[in-house]
Design a protein around this ligand. Structure first.
Ligand SMILES: [Zn+2]
Length: 397
């Protein structure tokens, strides 16, 4: 039982008796207060386009191809409206910080970025949205994309993205990685890439990313998303690469929610889950986060900006069932993305920004099991969302 005292945007006192002499504003007795969730890996430019796409084979490449036609028709207002809807939905569900990849390529140009930046500005009273310039079509495969990446960073993208495994061969993959780090160096930005989102254990760009981070001294400044193929590589190789990730302070955005449906499509019988080596990375001390990744787009027909749902589905995918495992699932949607984003003002701590939520359950184990909406959500100390659910059971009298 503890008090949380907020003054302005910050938590100023915390602990049993901390609220002595302060008029209580919200009685949280018997309920759970958590820091607001962080969605550390989402694609706000693509959200909610599913109904307009042709059907495809369900794979990553099938989805990317199906999106091209729609991406050509993006307008700033169209992207802004869809992104805004998902930011608002995320806030209602207890998330106040998001890090969004935004496609930067010769198909959509800078429209996706401009739309997401506009939505972020419109929502800056309820959430903070970081953007990642994401060359999804490749840098060498898509001539002109590198110049657009520079323009995106000049326009306001916060982080350098990448997708090296999409290039045609290993030399091109290595060059893609080098170009991304060169941009990050030049613009003094962190790196957050899509890495090895395939079941093919022979695809090994995570090691290239780790080597480049170590060579340039980008320690603790890189996040690698998905990293599915590491699960298919041999154990000795995987151990070596995980150790390198640990040394380079690389965060891993495992996104089991989408990879459960995208990967393993070619398997019969024992169908792979598509997730990376979550347990091994956790044991090695690598920072692992879970992202929503997709909301009703070409890759994934579900998603509603609920990190509580993401934690639950990820717990199934990664065999997380003990109390310690469930605590890890909570970390993966709170402290781990905060660390990946190098936030210094996050959490239930004195001095942290008062981004908080109140859940109508007594514990995190109950929260992840019954999936309640937060009763209240605060952003910078201000109440920004409230939810109430009415349910009645009519027994015979
Ligand atoms: Zn992604």
């Amino acid at each position: 039982m503890a008090d949380i005292v907020v003054d302005g945007e910050r938590i100023v006192r915390l602990g049993p008796g901390a609220g002595a002499g302060v008029a209580p504003a919200v009685d949280c007795t018997g309920k759970l207060v958590l820091p607001a969730y962080i969605d550390g890996h989402v694609h706000l430019d693509k959200v909610l386009i599913r109904d307009e796409l042709r059907e495809h084979d369900g794979t990553l490449s099938g989805a990317i191809g199906a999106i091209h036609e729609r991406k050509r028709r993006y307008t700033l207002d169209d992207v802004r409206g869809r992104a805004r809807e998902v930011i608002e939905e995320s806030v209602r569900s207890g998330t106040t910080r998001l890090r969004s990849h935004v496609d930067v390529d010769t198909i959509g140009g800078l429209r996706p970025l401009e739309g997401v930046l506009a939505a972020a500005a419109e929502c800056d009273d309820i959430a903070v949205v970081q953007t990642i310039a994401f060359p999804q079509e490749g840098l060498l495969r898509d001539p002109g994309a590198y110049d657009l990446m520079e323009a995106a960073l000049e326009t306001g993208a916060h982080v350098v993205g990448g997708m090296p495994h999409w290039e045609v061969d290993e030399d091109a993959q290595r060059e893609h990685v080098r170009l991304c780090f060169e941009l990050a160096d030049r613009f003094d930005r962190d790196v957050d890439m899509h890495v090895d989102e395939t079941d093919d254990g022979g695809v090994r760009t995570l090691e290239m990313v780790a080597d480049e981070a170590l060579r340039r001294g980008f320690i603790g400044r890189v996040c690698a998303g998905h990293v599915c193929s590491l699960a298919a590589a041999d154990h000795e190789y995987a151990d070596r690469v995980i150790a390198k990730c640990r040394r380079a302070g690389i965060s891993i955005a495992a996104n089991p929610v989408t990879n459960l449906v995208l990967q393993g499509r070619g398997d019969r019988g024992l169908i792979r889950r598509g997730t990376t080596r979550i347990a091994e990375m956790r044991a090695a001390g690598v920072n692992v986060l879970f992202g929503q990744d997709c909301v009703k787009d070409g890759f994934y027909p579900f998603g509603r900006g609920s990190m509580l749902e993401v934690a639950l589905i990820s717990a199934h995918a990664a065999h997380l069932t003990t109390r310690s495992d469930l605590a890890f699932a909570l970390t993966a949607v709170t402290d781990a993305p905060a660390r990946a984003m190098r936030l210094t003002d996050y959490g239930l701590a004195v001095g942290a920004r008062a981004d908080l939520q109140l859940l109508p359950v007594p514990s995190w184990e109950e929260a992840i099991r019954v999936q309640p909406l937060p009763e209240k959500v605060w952003f910078k100390g201000r109440l920004v969302a409230e939810n109430s659910v009415r349910s009645e059971l009519h027994r015979r009298s």
